[in-house]
Design a protein around this ligand. Structure first.
Ligand code: SF4
Length: 271
C-alpha cells in the first residue's frame, strides 16, 4: 500500500470562485452610499470610480484574501464578544451604516490588520478607524465606542527601502499577533458631534451629486499627506490624475485641516 498525495488545484479553484462570487455580491450599487464610501482616508473618488467603472478594478486574489481575513476575524470576534447586534442596518439621511456590534449603549468596531507595528492616533489608519466609529456614534447618539484591532502579523521594524523593495527586521522581543482595544467617549453634548455630522452630510451629498451627474471633478483627491502612500497603488491613478479634473473647491476640500487634528478635540492616552 502507498499513500498518494497530489496537489489539488480543483479544490482551491472551487474555493476561490465561490469567494469571488460572494465578494462580487457585496459590491455596491450606485443608489447606496455607505459610511465607508465617504471616509476621507478611503478616497471618495476611488469609491466613485469603483461604482462607475467596476471592470477597471478586477478582483485580485489579494482582495479576496483581505475580504476573507476581515470577514472571518469579524465573525469569530463578534461571536466571542457575545453582545449586541452584529452588522445592524442603520440609515441616517440617506447614509447607510453597519457598525460591527451595536449594543444599547456601546458600539464596537472590529479591525483586522497586517500592520507590523501598533497603530495610534499619529497613524492615518488608526484615524480612519476612529473616524468611522465617531460617525457611528454621531448617527446613533450613543456616547461610548470601542475600537478593537487584531494584529495578525509579528512586529517588524523598518530598516530601509530601495528599488527592490522594503527591508525589515523582526526583533526578538517584538510583539506577536495580538489584539489591542481602545475605548472612545463622545459626550452627547460635545460640539464634535455637530462637526462630524456636517462633514458626513457634506461628503455624502457631494458623492450623490457626482454619481448622478457622472462628474468626478467635484470630488476631492486624497489629502496630500496620504497621497504618496496610497495613490501610486491605485488602479484609477491615470484616470484620476491625468484625465479627470478636480474643481477648485474640491482641491481646497482635499487640503482642509482634518477635524481630528484640531487642537483640543481629541484627548488620546497611549498604552
Ligand atoms: S489616484 Fe489617489 S486620489 Fe485618485 S482615485 Fe486613486 S486613491 Fe483616489
Amino acid at each position: 500500500m502507498t499513500i498518494v498525495i497530489r496537489s489539488d488545484f480543483k479544490f482551491t479553484d472551487l474555493l476561490k470562485n465561490s469567494l469571488r462570487s460572494r465578494y462580487e455580491n457585496r459590491k455596491r450599487s450606485e443608489e447606496e452610499v455607505h459610511v465607508s464610501d465617504i471616509l476621507p482616508s478611503t478616497c471618495i473618488r476611488k469609491q466613485y470610480y469603483g461604482r462607475k467603472f467596476p471592470d477597471f478594478d478586477p478582483l485580485s486574489e489579494e482582495s479576496v484574501h483581505h475580504f476573507i481575513r476581515g470577514e472571518s476575524s469579524e465573525f469569530v470576534i463578534t461571536d466571542l464578544a457575545n453582545m449586541g447586534v452584529a452588522q445592524a442596518d442603520l440609515e441616517f439621511d440617506g447614509l447607510i451604516a453597519h457598525p460591527d456590534i451595536l449594543d444599547k449603549d456601546v458600539i464596537v468596531e472590529l479591525k483586522d490588520t497586517q500592520s507590523t507595528r501598533s497603530l495610534d492616533i499619529t497613524d492615518q489608519r488608526f484615524k480612519s478607524y476612529l473616524r468611522q466609529l465617531l460617525y457611528y456614534l454621531t448617527i446613533t447618539g450613543i456616547e461610548k465606542g470601542i475600537i478593537s484591532i487584531r494584529y495578525s502579523s509579528r512586529e517588524m521594524r523598518w530598516i530601509k527601502s530601495d528599488e527592490k523593495g522594503d527591508y525589515f527586521f523582526r526583533p526578538f522581543n517584538g510583539k506577536g499577533p495580538h489584539i489591542e482595544s481602545w475605548s472612545v467617549l463622545l459626550p452627547k453634548d460635545d460640539i464634535a458631534r455637530e462637526l462630524f455630522k456636517n462633514e458626513m452630510m457634506r461628503r455624502k451629498n457631494l458623492f450623490v451629486k457626482a454619481l448622478k451627474e457622472a462628474d468626478v471633478s467635484v470630488l476631492p483627491r486624497l489629502n496630500m499627506k496620504i497621497r504618496t502612500s496610497k495613490c501610486p497603488y491605485c488602479v484609477f491613478y491615470h484616470k484620476c490624475m491625468n484625465e479627470d479634473e478636480e474643481t477648485e473647491q474640491a482641491t481646497k476640500m482635499a487640503n482642509e485641516v482634518d477635524l481630528l487634528d484640531i487642537p483640543g478635540l481629541v484627548d488620546f492616552k497611549p498604552f
